[in-house]
Design a protein around this ligand. Structure first.
Ligand SMILES: CC(C)(COP(=O)(O)OP(=O)(O)OC[C@H]1O[C@@H](n2cnc3c(N)ncnc32)[C@H](O)[C@@H]1OP(=O)(O)O)[C@@H](O)C(=O)NCCC(=O)NCCS
Length: 164
């Protein structure tokens, strides 16, 4: 279900609108949303983002442009959840070009830095620096680079590009 109040940019691709639960949010131009994703109110997704299947983006999550959200990544917005207690949600920001690994959990209120990578299965409890790689539970710094070009050069040194 995609609620009528959702603001969809140009060229947004939703894999199957019957297999998602999306309401009260904004999804920027040319972004992709896979199946079995829930995106709730007050979430803002930038342009050219990819949100892979089974992920959950909750109230007060902001993705800047070119962000990758791996399969089954989970965001949170309440550090001490309790039935009957309504709190002001903490804002979580994923900066431009960052990638969140499969099955990771992002604890409320953190900022994930520009062009950084969060490893598969990480639990992120603190801010992630720009141009860095974090992994583990709790997520720790594995590597830090000085620029987008440097971190991309590292990725290219680790795996080959495909034809497409
Ligand atoms: C974290 C990641 C980016 C690799 O980063 P890296 O800095 O190149 O890491 P390295 O391969 O040099 O490994 C460094 C150490 O981190 C460990 N490590 C690597 N990935 C890890 C992860 N996801 N969680 C915990 N530890 C991890 C390695 O085992 C190694 O440990 P050691 O020093 O004890 O041997 C990568 O493993 C990863 O998880 N990528 C995300 C994959 C994903 O979710 N893709 C989604 C689309 S399919």
């Amino acid at each position: 279900m995609i609620d009528k109040d959702v603001v969809l940019g140009k060229g947004v691709k939703i894999f199957n609108s019957d297999q998602v639960n999306i309401f009260g949010c904004v999804i920027g131009d040319n972004s992709f949303v896979g199946p079995f994703v829930e995106i709730t109110r007050n979430t803002i997704i930038g342009k050219n983002c990819i949100v892979e299947s089974h992920s959950f983006l909750c109230d007060s999550v902001i993705l800047e442009d070119n962000v990758f959200i791996g399969h089954g990544a989970m965001f949170t917005n309440d550090l001490y959840p309790m039935v009957g207690m309504h709190v002001q949600y903490l804002k979580t920001i994923v900066k431009a070009g960052a990638s969140i690994g499969t099955n990771s959990t992002i604890v409320a209120g953190v900022t994930i830095g520009k062009n950084s990578v969060v490893g598969a299965g990480a639990v992120v409890t603190k801010d992630v620096e720009d141009y860095s790689i974090y992994a583990g539970n709790p997520a720790k710094l594995l590597k830090r680079f000085n620029s987008k070009e440097e971190i991309i050069a590292y990725f290219r040194s680790k795996q080959k590009l495909s034809e497409k």
